[in-house]
Design a protein around this ligand. Sequence first.
Ligand SMILES: [Zn+2]
Length: 287
Amino acid sequence: MTITGFTGAGLDRADHLRLDAERLADMMADQGARLLRLAELDPVLDEEGRLAWEPLGGAGGDYIFLGLDAGAPSFAPLVRMQTLGQRAWSVFRLLSMMSDRDAAIWGAARSVNEWHNRHGFCGICGSATDVFRAGWGRKCPNCGGEHFPRVDPVVIMLAEHDGRVLLGRQPQYPEGRYSALAGFVEPGESIEEAVARELMEEAGIAVRDVRYVASQPWPFPGQLMIACIAGAESDAITLDRNELDDAFWASRDDVRAALAGDPAAPFQAPPPFAIANSLLTRWSAGD
Ligand SMILES: [Zn+2]
């Protein structure tokens, strides 16, 4: 089985310690406690290309307790962002050099940080909220409302027809890049229904037999990507130009060439840490 990106952190998240003020203070005072280094929200790598950590050193302030790494209490700083909502293509270059495990640890720290920056005020009464649960929530001092980091489910899927799969190109993609179509799951929908709706909306493709393949977190800012494959009724594409610049049916040879980085390939594959890459890898291997 291909490992999917941003998974495999291997930390014990130790949820039972998050509300235990005494144990938390002990962990922060621990000689082995460590703090993840971040540049705004981007990862900082050491000379060996691994995530850089520094001793927490008993410092006060708001931290996100990431969990225990072989017993070592591991924290991320709570970063106050100056600007939000920018998708950092520059970070993709760093990610391509990072181990799966480091990407997973950093991804969680990034997602939770971004959520804090977007949710400083209570959604019920509008008062400023405080950090609680060791960084895994915010609480309103006025109405008592508790708010938790959100995860937004997104379906990402290959429609298959006669040995080929449908790939699309969003306007903001790098030159030549094509990927699986994707969209947010809406309230009142199953995963299967969201897959069918998105393929119909974006490409006019009706599907049957939607099957789940794998999932991964995507920390830009906090999606859960749910990868599926579905059988298309026909290969006639009706493109929604608001969503996609282009779409085409790729053969197994096309996909294998793109994944291998062949310059003659008809498209450029999504990066290895994107689940679309895992999905295409599995499909091209006949899975
Ligand atoms: Zn409130």
